[in-house]
Each structure stands twice: as C-alpha cells, then as structure tokens.
Design a protein around this ligand. Structure first.
Ligand SMILES: Nc1nc2c(ncn2[C@@H]2O[C@H](COP(=O)(O)OP(=O)(O)O)[C@@H](O)[C@H]2O)c(=O)[nH]1
Ligand SMILES: [Mg+2]
Length: 623
C-alpha cells in the first residue's frame, strides 16, 4: 500500500488534478467549495492501470494553511509536485519542495498543469526552470509531465509515470509496531468517533486494543477501513480509518498517535540531527523557540545546541529539543522546524534519541553516543556489545554498550523476548553465537557417539572445560539444550537426544557372562583382566551402573558392592572398629580385595583409618 501526496503553490491545480485522476473531489468542506480553495487536507484513492490501489493526500498550497500541509505530508511515499505551466515556480513551490527534501521524500514526479493555457515553447522553458529548481534536492531528476486537467491531455502519461515511480518505492517496513499519526477526527452518526491517518510500522486488526497518545487513553478498534472498504486487517502504508469504541471528539485530536497499548512512550525531550535550509530566514541559537512538525503533530520546542553556539542556514548539527507538550515519537522519525514569527520553514531532520540523558555535562560523550545511535538502534548496539562467540557477563556487557542504564535494560528485555539473545545464568549470549555454539557441541557429541558407540555420551566435565565455561553457565547451557530437546542430560554425560547404546546380541551375551562371573563369587570376583572385556565394554558396564570399580583391577557387581558397604558400616557401628583380617573373614575374601575395598571406603570417607583399624568416617551415615 502506498500513499501519494500532492505539493505545490496555491491555485496551481492540485485539487483539480486529483479530481481528474480519481473522480473524487478532495475539497470536501463547504468553506472550501465556497472559496474554491483547499484549506485542509483532502483524501482520495486511485486504482492504477496495474490494479494497484493508491491513497492520495491533497494538501493546501496557500501559505496560511502550511500547518495543514505539514500534517499531511508526513506519511507519503511519493510526491506529486504540481506546478502550473503558466506561472512556473512560485514561493510555495519552493517551500513545499524544501519540506519534501527535509523529510527525505525521494520519490516523486512533477505535473506541469494547465498546459492548455500555454504555447509549446513556453512549456519547454518552464520545464527547464523546474528541472533546475529540483537540482540538489531529494527529487532531482524526477520526471516532469505536462498535463491539462481541463482537456485531459497528458493524464494517461502521468499515470504511467506514477506507476513507474511507485515501482521504485521500497515497501513500507512492517516492524510489528503499528502506529497511526492521526490527521483527521470526525464522528459518524451511529458509529461514533473515527480517526484517519497513514498507518506505518505495522498492521492493525479489527477488534484489537489500542491506545491514543500522548494521553494514553485506551480503546478498541470497532471498525477498520481502507479506501472506503471495510477490512479485517489494515497493512502499513495506506490511508486507514479507524472507528474507536468509547472515544469522543474531546479524547482525540489531529497529531495524536494511535498505537498498541504500552508500545510507545511519549517524550518531552529528544536529540535530533537538524539541517537548516540554505535560504532559511535566519539560523538558530540556544533558547530559540520553534514549531516542530512531525507525523501529523505540531509542538512548540525549545532549542539547545549540542555543539557550537549557533547553527547557520545551510548547516547541519546535533540539537536537543524540549517540547512543551509530549509527543509519541520513534527514532528515525522525520520532522520540520518552522519559526513561529515570522512564520517560515527553516529546517528539519531526523529524530535520533527519544529518551536522551537529560544532563549532558559531558557533551563529547553525548555526541559520540548520538553518532553511534544514528548508525543503529539501541537493540542493535546492545547486540553488538554481546558480539563474540562466548557468553559474556551481564553488567559489563550492558556497560560496554554505552547505552543509558534504563535503555540498556529495555533493549535487553526486547532482545531476550524476541529470542535475539539468551541469558545463561549471569551471562548473556547473542542468538547467533548461541546457535553456533550449540551446533558445535551437537557435532562434537555426534562424533563422540560414532567413535564410542558403547559410551553413554560425552563427559560433561570435559565438555565444560573444552568450551571454557564456568560450572554455572555450563549448567544453564545444558538445561537450555535439554529444554529445547536438542541434547539429553544423562548425569555426568551429555548425549544426543535420540542416542541409545545399541548392543549386538553377541555383545549382550558377553556382558551377561561377565556379570554372571562377578555374581558367582560376589565378594571375591574375578579381576578386571580375568573378565576378558575390552576397555570399552568394561566402561559400558560401569556406566550402566551394573558394576562398580573399587581400584585399578578390582570391581564388584553393584549389588554386592552395596552389601559390603552396609555390612561393614553395621559391623563398625556395633564393634567400634574393623581390622583388615576381620573384613576378610566377614566376606570370606582375600587380603588383596579386603585391602582394596577398605582403602576405597577411606577414600569415600565412609571409614577412617586409625592405626591398623578402621572407624566410621563422616560419610558413613549417607552410605
Ligand atoms: N485551464 C486549466 N485550468 C485549470 C487546470 N487545472 C486547474 N485549473 C483551474 O485552476 C484553479 C485552481 O485549481 P485548484 O485545483 O483549486 O488548485 P490548487 O490550489 O492547487 O488545489 C481552478 O479554477 C481550476 O479550475 C488546467 O489543467 N487547465
Ligand atoms: Mg487545492
């Protein structure tokens, strides 16, 4: 959806051209009909030869109604600059062109109207003059088409050129954050209050809850229309009419913004990049009062220069504006500044920071901050600070971003909510780094499973060290992998979620045989080497928990192992201690096994050696 806006000097034929193209008279007010002059914005829509629907905003050309012009020009994609062939370039031609240039409306075309009133050589002369005037502006090189709304001559060519230009306009960004700068409010009997504007940054849906800013009054979308047709969903870019439940004409005005509740925070202070037009009446200085126009809004603004003592016509600089009344703005919004008296456009630019640090004692810092902000959004800047492939500690990362604390927190919340970053315990990692780390771990684990198909998985301890992560961060990562179903947390091991040790019947028989051998003489079983298992097979028995290793070459069936602990603890409990010989007799085992087992118990602190005897150790209760 695109919106075309007219521009140009009064009486040059803008409204007549809109009517000739669309059949809709944009001058709808009785006073406009009576005076035959556009006073306020007019609206029409047009079906292009391709079938594409285009919205049209017709603006007043008279200098006295420039504020209405500014309320309408904010949302346009394509400018239709109208210049009467018999008069040529006039003051509001230049002023409107300067405004389009400041707002960076870089797509457009010129209609040289009233061609029926001039001779061909005059037409050629005016055409050259216009091309010259466009030079150095955002519309330099725009096509110039002679037309007559009276005879219809050139209208087809104009439409074709318009279609060509529209094809070059990039589609309106859908940021999922719809906002409608309100340029018209009216009531319809039986329907209540309707607001209109050019919807930007997202779509509105019938029935959804909205908020009118800056007052923050809530409402619900009871009806939604584009081009006089009811719709369920209004996409960004087009003229949109919204019927608001429970609103009166007192509640909402031109310049308000309709958005989702909580999405926008109105502000009274903003830092901007300001450019003064070369033929501005004068420059600006600290403490100047200017009129700011942005979206469909107008606000009185107090000027503080962030660099230098003044900004002269033709110059560009960083300026802080303090608004008398709050406005709901977004970084990147374009604006126009005018002197209140004598009333004149002096410049315009782009909003860069909507919540500036209010005390800018350290100007250099503020300027650095603005320059980096100009290059990216706070979210992008914070994401930059998380760059690198390792998780980084939260507070140093937020500091490194250079964002003011509240903005850093806000951006972080957005990054976490949208999945662009992830919190791992006290650390943060960008989604990109997390994905590559996860992919690397998954690859490592797959390789490990292939090489060691009998092992339950990769050792967590080993992986943690390889990744260079602290235990807490590593555990948080493991929990995240397990939650996402990517990997399975298997105690001391990490495995692919779908991995199970696959035993051949032959191997199963071998392992069963080994277990049977262990059980046959449970307290004096064959040694590891006597079992005849490979290290891999042995590791499997241990990992499965079927056997428990006590020393290098000594292992027991786990049930027997536990029994030996229980009975030893019981014996020491009763007798106060146990000797090697007593242990050997208790289990009818060899001296070698008795020694290995008791040393193992000492190690687990179930027993403690005192001379030749063992007494209970601190871990005995838990054993
Ligand atoms: N002869 C002639 N008159 C025109 C043409 N276009 C507009 N006009 C007349 O010029 C006057 C101003 O037109 P209007 O559309 O109101 O101008 P606007 O102020 O730019 O909107 C009206 O009297 C129109 O009838 C045209 O192509 N040829
Ligand atoms: Mg008009």
């Amino acid at each position: 959806m695109y919106t075309v806006g007219t521009a140009g000097h009064v009486d040059h034929g803008k409204s007549t051209l809109v009517k000739a193209l669309t059949g809709i008279d944009p001058d709808r007010l009785p006073e406009e009909k009576e005076r035959e002059m556009t006073i306020d914005l007019g609206f029409a829509h047009l079906k292009m030869p391709s079938g594409q629907q285009v919205s049209i905003v017709d603006v007043p050309g008279h200098e006295r109604f420039i504020k209405n012009m500014l309320a309408g020009v904010g949302g346009i994609d394509l400018a239709l600059l109208v210049i009467a062939a018999d008069e040529g370039v006039m003051p509001q031609t230049r002023e409107h062109l300067a405004i389009l240039d400041l707002l960076q409306v870089s797509h457009g075309l010129v209609a040289l109207t009233k061609r029926d009133l001039v001779e061909p050589d005059w037409l050629a002369l005016v055409s050259d003059e216009v091309a010259e005037t466009l030079k150095g502006t955002a519309l330099e090189g725009a096509p110039i088409l002679p037309v007559s709304s009276t005879t219809g001559e050139g209208l087809t060519e104009l439409l074709e050129a318009m279609e060509d230009q529209l094809a070059q306009v990039p589609e309106r960004a859908d940021r999922g954050q719809p906002r409608l700068p309100v340029d018209r409010v009216f009531t319809l009997t039986g329907f209540g209050t309707v607001v209109t504007g050019t919807l930007i940054d997202g779509s509105f849906r019938l029935g959804e809850e909205v908020e009118i800013l800056p007052r923050r009054k809530r409402s619900r979308i009871r009806g939604l229309q584009t081009h006089n047709r009811k719709v369920e969903l209004a996409p960004p870019g087009g003229r949109t009419a919204v019927n608001l439940a429970g609103m009166t004409l007192e509640d909402v005005h031109r310049g308000n913004v309709l958005a989702r509740p909580g999405q926008l925070k109105p502000t009274r202070a903003l830092d901007v990049k300001l450019r003064l037009i070369p033929d501005a009446l004068r420059g600006i200085e600290n403490d100047d009062e200017v009129d700011m126009f942005t979206g469909a809004a107008e606000a009185l603004a107090h000027v503080s220069l962030l660099e230098g003592k003044q900004l002269r016509p033709g110059e560009e600089g960083w300026v802080r504006l303090r608004l008398r009344d709050p406005l709901a703005l977004v970084k990147g919004d374009k604006f126009i500044l005018r002197l209140p008296s004598p009333s004149a456009t002096i410049g315009g630019g782009e909003v860069v920071d909507t919540s500036p640090r209010l005390h800018h004692r350290f100007r250099a810092q503020t300027l650095n901050w603005l320059r980096s902000l100009e290059a990216g959004s706070p979210d992008q800047i914070l994401l930059q600070a998380l760059a690198g492939d390792q998780p980084v500690e939260r507070s140093p990362a937020l500091k490194k971003s250079g964002l003011p604390a509240d903005q850093a927190d806000e951006s972080l919340r957005r990054l976490l909510d949208s999945g662009q970053a992830l919190a791992l315990d006290s650390h943060l990692i960008s989604a990109a780094a997390w994905q590559s780390m996860s992919a690397r771990v998954k690859r490592d684990i797959e390789t490990y499973h292939r090489r060691f198909p009998l092992r339950p998985g990769i050792s967590k301890e080993e992986l943690k060290n390889r990744l260079g992560l602290s235990l807490k961060v590593f555990n948080a990562a493991v929990a995240e992998w397990a939650r996402a179903g990517q990997l399975a947390d298997r105690g001391a091991f990490l495995a692919d979620a779908s991995f199970e040790v696959q035993l051949s019947p032959e191997l199963q028989r071998k392992l069963d045989g080994a277990m049977a051998a262990l059980r046959q003489k449970p307290f004096a079983p064959p040694s590891e080497s006597e079992l005849g298992l490979s290290p891999e097979e042995l590791a499997l028995l241990l990992a499965q928990g079927k056997a428990t290793r006590v020393s290098d070459n000594v292992l027991f069936e786990t049930g027997a192992y536990q029994q030996m602990i229980d009975r030893t603890v019981e014996h020491v409990g009763k007798q106060g201690n146990i000797t090697l010989a007593e242990f050997r007799d208790l289990f009818d085992t060899s001296r070698k096994y008795a020694q290995a087992f008791l040393e193992h118990l000492d190690e687990r602190r179930i027993t403690r050696r005192v001379g030749d005897e063992r007494v209970l150790g601190p871990a005995a209760r838990r054993a």
